[in-house]
Write a protein that binds this ligand. Structure first.
Ligand SMILES: [Zn+2]
Length: 310
């Protein structure tokens, strides 16, 4: 094995424990870090090691015996479920946009592999992301969403929607991910990035929890990954809304559709058409709002879609 640096930007990386023996490459295609161990190779893949990004950890066994080992992974003490893809074990680490930049401790546990300490530690350096803040004067939205005097029926509907959404996100299933992610639309044009914040009349707005794709009404929306539909419903704010469970508390969700083409309980394959782009719910024009979360952590869908290969 030899060192390889794909670009001079390597100098900007500060990967602490990796620096001695790791193979690191960073270019426009993101970051790949390989750590060669005796029994396995550890590979880290991400668009960026930064706030709001998804980090893929892959354990590639060198011996058949390692494949069946009871491996566990934690990130800053939080359990990261490992799924099996081929002979590899993979885990997805969501870096919250609200997390403080700085070191992230990964710990891989195995009583058999690490006889002396029971685990092996690695450290990554999480960088700051400069999310966009836009100062605005006002916003034009349907008065349906801005009026403070909503009818009793509307309140009840909002309540019912919120309950259905929380229940859908409570689903727990085994990993349904067997390959990389794909974009939800054929022609990609992003109209609103992740975590952009619009402050109206100096009042702090809420960061944008997903990614908006431009698209004419009726444009097909493709599932970004295999999974099971846990909600497909008309909602007050989200409009026609679909949540897909990918297992291990990993969910993708699709808002404002003109048409829902799947129903709760449906098994979905990556690339399957699940609905059409629209402008239903709290929306000012036809677009797809794609959201992605792991547990309670929302992350930038662009960092997810970057992982087209696992
Ligand atoms: Zn949006």
């Amino acid at each position: 094995m030899m060192w390889f640096f794909r670009s001079s930007s390597f100098l900007f990386l500060s990967i602490l424990l990796f620096h001695q023996e790791a193979l690191i490459s960073k270019n426009s295609d993101g970051i790949t870090i390989s750590k060669i161990e005796k029994n396995y190779d550890l590979q880290i893949k991400a668009r960026n090691l930064a706030q709001g990004e998804l980090i893929l950890v892959k354990i590639i066994p060198k011996k058949k015996a390692v494949v069946d080992l009871d491996l566990r992974l934690t990130a800053d003490g939080e359990e990261i479920p490992l799924s099996t893809i081929g002979v590899n074990r993979v885990g997805f680490i969501p870096i919250s946009p609200e997390r403080k930049p700085g070191p992230l401790l990964l710990e891989l546990f195995s009583k058999i592999l690490f006889v002396k300490y029971g685990s092996k530690k690695y450290q990554l350096d999480i960088k700051k992301t400069d999310f966009i803040v836009i100062q605005k004067q006002s916003i034009s939205l349907d008065t349906k969403y801005t009026s403070s005097n909503l009818s009793k029926e509307t309140y009840q509907f909002i309540e019912e929607c919120s309950k259905a959404k929380s229940e859908a996100f409570l689903n727990k299933s085994e990993s349904q991910i067997s390959s990389g992610f794909q974009y939800p639309v054929k022609e990609v044009y992003i109209t609103s990035p992740f975590y952009v914040r619009r402050d109206y009349n100096k009042k702090k707005g809420r960061p944008h929890g997903g990614l908006d794709f431009r698209g004419a009404k009726g444009t097909p929306i493709y599932a970004i990954q295999d999974g099971t539909v846990v909600l497909a419903k008309e909602m007050y704010y989200e409009g026609n809304f679909t949540i897909i469970d990918h297992g291990n508390k990993i969910f993708s969700y699709y808002m404002h559709q003109s048409k829902l083409l799947v129903k709760s309980g449906d098994k979905i394959s990556k690339g399957q058409i699940i609905g059409h782009i629209g402008s239903t719910g709290m929306s000012t024009g036809p677009h797809l709002h794609l959201g992605f979360k792991i547990g309670e952590t929302v992350i930038n869908p662009e960092s997810v879609l970057f992982l087209s290969d696992l």
